[in-house]
Design a protein. Structure first.
Length: 137
């Protein structure tokens, strides 16, 4: 039997699911910097868009969880998690706009933003999964 996952903790799974997409975007940017093949930038833009869609879902789910469940509001962990998700969304949106530029014009800033988005999303995922483990004990 599969382990029980509460509905309220699904935001942590969504936030963690963004990591492969943002990591793929970073690797695509790195490949573009090495090969100058324009398709890598297009691929990174699609991966960033998918990561942003999942980040939006996780952000809305977390905001509703904090508003509707009084137990989720205790401590600063919930608000820190929400702020990190919001920062991930803002940086990811800026990254998507940078990747909308033509070819090499997106490169130095796009690669740097991909690193920042991945780091912020990873921090949010660690906090979200940590809160999931704390809620199960």
């Amino acid at each position: 039997m599969a382990p029980y996952l509460p509905r309220a903790a699904m935001h942590a799974v969504l936030a963690f699911s963004t990591l492969p997409l943002f990591l793929g975007a970073l690797l695509s940017d790195w490949a573009y910097a090495r090969t100058y093949e324009i398709q890598w930038t297009n691929f990174a833009a699609w991966l960033i868009t998918g990561g942003l869609a999942l980040t939006c879902l996780a952000l809305v789910w977390t905001a509703l969880d904090l508003l509707l469940r009084p137990a989720a509001r205790r401590g600063r962990v919930g608000m820190t998690y929400l702020v990190l998700l919001l920062a991930s969304l803002v940086l990811g949106s800026a990254n998507a706009l940078v990747h909308a530029k033509d070819g090499w014009a997106a490169m130095p800033a796009g690669l740097l933003l991909s690193v920042l988005v991945l780091l912020v999303a990873a921090a949010a995922s660690v906090i979200g999964l940590g809160s999931l483990r704390r809620s199960r004990t």
